[in-house]
Design a protein around this ligand. Structure first.
Ligand code: COI
Length: 356
């Protein structure tokens, strides 16, 4: 990947918090690195971006995004190779997806050099915050908010783009238990399900609270018309291994996020000669395959979650308990293969890595 020119102002903190960073106890989203990137959009143009010390924002209580949710985000990760050099995984793909979200949410495009080179520069400055412990990474959160000081409902004219970063370890430490929901809906065709809009996550909080009380980790959403076909998990896309084939819901209805990890997994599975089907998959089909012993593996994929095995899947009172993960072939292979690329243990033959 090439590196672009970017006019950027840099003010480094005189008070680094790096000595407070304990690599032995990393908890997702709890600690942020020393700096952040900020850029403002006004009068149809982006101003010069700045990298500044991580700090609170000062905003009017009338700021648009707080009221109407004109806010989008991305998730990207940087990894350290055996020589301690940081590398960012597929930032250009997240940039493209961010602009798809921006378009649907009537927000301005973020220029590639601002997103990609701004991110690279930020990670270069905060490279000490990219952890080295096995399975760890630096989670990168680019996001954009509408910042008009106006409580009337209309698309905003002022926006702020930011990137913050946070050391991350495994998002799920054990196989996840999933409740298949047929009451609440995440997304409809024509809606914003394919975007990474803040509102998609806000709307999931209540159902999420309910299933957590029942002892489940995550919801597998179903389609909004018949509650018949599975969609995605919200923090992850979903994959099933049935009869040796890998099956994942297709993206055609516009209700499912086009995950970058999803795409990476499909690519490397196909390269290994494994059949991958992107198509509608019904709960009936899953239950049938489970009963016949053909549903052998199930997993979620996402930037934060990486590749996360699903231990149990429940629909109504029907519990589908999968075999111990240690016996699974595909999920363990795909996770190792992806990690080998991310951590630089094998050559980057796909052009997925941006060296910092
Ligand atoms: C990600 O995987 O980057 C996500 O955005 C999922 C979640 C942490 C919101």
């Amino acid at each position: 990947m090439s590196v672009m020119e970017l006019d950027i102002k840099i003010s480094k903190t005189p008070n680094s918090r790096i000595s407070e960073f304990n690599q032995e106890n990393i908890q997702f989203g709890k600690q942020y690195s020393d700096h952040m990137l900020v850029a403002h959009y006004e009068d149809g143009a982006w101003g010069t971006p700045e990298i500044i010390p991580f700090a609170n924002l000062s905003l009017s209580p009338a700021t648009t995004f707080m009221h109407y949710g004109q806010a989008i985000f991305e998730g990207v990760k940087a990894y350290k190779d055996a020589n301690g050099k940081a590398r960012i995984f597929r930032p250009q793909d997240n940039w493209k997806r961010m602009n798809k979200s921006a378009h649907r949410m009537a927000m301005p495009d973020v220029p590639e050099e601002l997103f990609v080179e701004g991110m690279r520069k930020l990670i270069e400055i905060d490279e000490a915050w990219v952890p080295t412990a096995a399975g760890s990474s630096l989670y990168i959160r680019p996001f954009m908010i509408a910042t008009d000081e106006f409580v009337g409902v209309r698309p905003a004219t002022k926006f702020t783009f930011l990137i913050i970063t946070s050391p991350a370890a495994a998002y799920y430490s054990k196989p996840v238990s999933i409740f298949v929901h047929d009451e609440y809906v995440r997304a409809f065709p024509g809606g914003i399900g394919f975007t990474k809009a803040a509102g998609n996550y806000g709307a999931s909080m209540y159902p999420d609270q309910q299933i957590k009380k029942m002892g489940y980790d995550q919801i597998l959403w179903t389609d909004g018309f018949e509650h018949k076909y599975v969609q995605e998990i919200g923090t992850m896309n979903v994959f099933f291994v049935i009869d040796g084939k890998v099956i994942t819901p297709d993206l055609n209805s516009g209700t499912i996020l086009a995950g970058v990890t999803r795409d990476s997994v499909i690519t490397i599975l196909k390269e290994r000669g494994i059949i991958v089907e992107e198509r509608p998959i019904s709960i009936d089909e899953l239950e049938e395959a489970y009963k016949n012993g053909k549903l052998t593996e199930a997993f979620g994929t996402g930037t934060a979650a990486s590749v996360a095995p699903i231990g149990k899947l429940t629909f109504h009172t029907d519990e589908m308990q999968l075999r111990p993960v240690e016996e699974w072939e595909i999920v363990n292979w795909v996770k190792t293969t992806l990690d080998d690329i991310r951590y630089g243990r094998v050559a980057d033959t796909h052009g997925w890595i941006l060296p910092v």
